[in-house]
Design a protein around this ligand. Structure first.
Ligand code: ADP
Length: 232
């Protein structure tokens, strides 16, 4: 059995977090927790959270920390994340969220933070050409479309441009990243948990870079044992 782990993947919008987290999640059997996907699912299902989140998502603004933290606290309390750990994608995005995560995880903590590094020019180009499956979230681009007529290869859903992948919302999200999220890089570096990984190259090349880092940690026996449920 592969040991579990508590991992964060950081990186600008378009750095490839979503694509790489799907691969990492399969390889290391870790639940993939994407706050963006959870919020978009809530919007689609018109839950109270979704109705509140919609205007932030459309503008490319951050959802209030308290809302995101409540959502994450509930998710990290489920059996799969307690026993296997997790791969956080798109969270934490602010210092307050990182503080909140530390509280949620006590007495444990994050094992490793992978920072996917990609130049801004490249992420802009990737975001403008990105297309996603409305149903399962699979990621395509105008240069690597699904095989048949913008229908998802995996689930048959419609493959579309995300509503917040407009030039204006993308610029807003990248500015938010520099302002609110980039300080987390120094935070985790100081804790000795940060590893920078190049996000340039094909998805398989980048996956190879990430796997090498995670494998090295696993072989060093540095990942955590599963967390027992307090009352079971
Ligand atoms: P991207 O990284 O390209 O912006 P995501 O799917 O990660 O895409 O997030 C989409 C949107 O969801 C963000 O612009 C923001 O409105 C909201 N969101 C996702 N994660 C968070 C978070 N941790 N804190 C606040 N808002 C979030």
């Amino acid at each position: 059995m592969v040991p579990g782990a508590r991992l964060i993947v950081l990186g600008k919008q378009g750095a490839g977090k979503g694509t790489q987290c799907v691969r990492l999640s399969r390889r290391y059997v870790l639940p993939h927790i994407s706050t963006g996907d959870m919020l978009r699912a809530a919007v689609k299902a018109r839950t109270p959270l979704g109705l509140e989140a919609r205007r932030y998502l459309d503008a490319g603004d951050l959802i209030p920390d308290s809302v995101v933290l409540a959502m994450i606290a509930a998710r990290l309390d489920q059996d799969d994340t307690r026993t296997r750990g997790f791969l956080l994608d798109g969270f934490p995005r602010t210092v307050a969220q990182a503080d909140g995560l530390d509280e949620i995880l006590k007495p444990f903590s994050i094992d490793l933070v992978l920072d996917l590094v990609v130049p801004t020019g490249l992420v802009l180009a990737r975001l403008m050409s990105r297309r996603v499956c409305e149903d399962c979230g699979a990621i395509y681009s105008t240069s690597a479309p699904p095989k048949f007529n913008w229908t998802c290869d995996f689930c048959g859903g419609d493959v579309v441009q995300r509503e917040d992948d407009t030039e204006e919302a993308i610029k807003n999200r990248l500015a938010q990243y520099d302002y609110a999220t980039a300080p987390l890089i120094a935070r985790y570096a100081t804790l000795g948990k940060l590893v920078e990984v190049s996000g340039e190259g094909s998805p398989s090349e980048v996956a190879g870079n990430l796997n090498a880092v995670v494998d090295a940690y696993q072989h060093g026996g540095r990942f955590f044992p599963p967390t027992p449920r307090e009352h079971s």
